[in-house]
Design a protein around this ligand. Structure first.
Ligand SMILES: [Cu+2]
Length: 142
């Protein structure tokens, strides 16, 4: 093989590896869970979500809080599902109870992923209104 062909082949491989590693980048994190509450618009209002204590760690008792603003929601419970994007981790949900107008709280645990991945998604489901998702990374505390 000529030298320039070898170089061309090498460059092609480098580009291929680069593209592959980019496409493997995983789910995009959209909530900095250790900075405070994250907020999503829904309907004419919004939903805020936070976990305390911070920094958020796995295998600890955590408080999950959802706050509704300008949303008509008369139920006294909200279900919050925890999942890992692209993984089957088994069903994991937290029952949130209304503690004051528009504020729902519940305790739960985020398990440690055996694969070492640390990105989680919380899906907040409001009956007849819809679902919002928050994707966050526990980083080295996952
Ligand atoms: Cu996992």
């Amino acid at each position: 093989m000529e030298a320039r062909h070898k170089i061309a082949l090498l460059l092609t491989l480098v580009v291929a590896v680069f593209l592959f590693s980019c496409s493997k980048k995983g789910p995009s994190v959209d909530c900095d869970i250790n900075k405070g509450a994250c907020t999503r618009a829904i309907g004419n209002g919004s939903i805020s979500f936070e976990i305390t204590p911070r920094p958020v760690r796995t295998m600890r008792r955590l408080l999950f809080r959802v706050r509704l603003r300008d949303i008509q929601y008369d139920q006294d419970r909200i279900k919050l599902f925890l999942e890992m994007p692209g993984m089957e981790m088994g069903e994991n949900f937290v029952n949130l109870k209304r503690i004051s107008k528009g504020v729902y709280e519940g305790t739960g645990v985020i398990v440690r992923c055996p694969s070492g991945k640390t990105i989680w998604r919380a899906n907040v489901v409001l009956d007849k209104i819809g679902k919002v998702s928050f994707t966050f990374d526990l980083g080295n505390r996952g």
